[in-house]
Design a protein around this ligand. Structure first.
Ligand code: HEC
Length: 213
């Protein structure tokens, strides 16, 4: 009897967790986010008539929510990292507010990654990597309409890894960007099971941990 009961409890818990997981990982539609917040992160982005993404102004995204800075220094990557070197990552504030409440990246999420070089390796605080000049800009946007055919509904853009940056960028093919991000879905520390590398962004991890309380 006891074993049966334990089994039943376990099965129920498993079922609840499975249903919870399905609901949890589903992004709410843009309309739901807009109804909740007045607009979505897409209100921050602009496209050209032929569908290219216009490079956003730093005056805008540098005031967004800063989520973390992965660093792939050239000198640890055979002299040239594929994404040089500091990657300061910002998330649009509307989507972040939603993420804080739900742990989900809503439809319309816009994330900017601004690259800068290592400027100096020595400061009065000690030896290390200190930020030099801005060198590049990349973006990812979640839009279930515009990117309906892209895995995870995320579109990826690069404005270059050298200044002057491109003023507009066509979406990258899924094989060159999206595919590597998609692989991260199964990473054990990626709790969103979405396309972002949340495991490297302490601000997002903290927001998710606060959610669990
Ligand atoms: C080989 C794997 C790989 C490829 C290919 C790749 N990325 Fe990423 N991307 C990462 C990793 C890992 C991170 C987080 C750590 C970092 O920045 O180094 C990241 C982070 C990002 C972020 C910050 C938001 C997030 O999702 O975490 C953006 C924006 C981004 N990449 C854009 C691009 C674009 C645009 C391309 C194609 C030009 C691209 N990525 C190709 C691995 C990849």
């Amino acid at each position: 009897m006891k074993t049966n009961k334990t089994l039943a409890v376990k099965l129920t818990a498993g079922l609840v967790a499975a249903v919870g997981a399905v609901l949890f990982f589903q992004s709410p539609p843009k309309e739901a986010v807009a109804a909740e917040t007045g607009k979505t992160g897409l209100s921050f982005v602009e496209y050209t008539a032929d569908g290219k993404l216009k490079r956003p102004s730093p005056d805008m995204f540098r005031k967004w929510i800063y989520v973390g800075t992965p660093l792939t220094p050239n000198d640890m990557n055979d002299g040239e990292a594929s994404f040089p070197e500091f990657h300061a990552v910002y998330m649009d504030p509307i989507s972040f507010a939603h993420f804080e409440k739900t742990g989900v990246y809503p439809d319309g999420t816009v994330i900017v990654k601004e690259l800068s070089s290592v400027g100096s390796k020595d400061a009065t605080s000690g030896k290390g990597y200190f930020m030099g000049d801005f060198t590049g800009l990349e973006m990812t946007i979640k839009d279930s309409v515009r990117y309906k055919d892209e895995p995870g509904k995320w579109g990826y853009y690069s404005f270059g890894h050298k200044y002057p940056l491109k003023a507009e960028a066509a979406m990258n093919k899924a094989a060159s960007c999206n595919a590597c991000h998609e692989k991260n879905v199964s990473h054990p520390q990626n709790l969103s099971k979405d396309w972002t590398f949340e495991q490297y962004y302490p601000v997002l991890r903290a927001a998710r941990a606060a959610l669990k309380k």
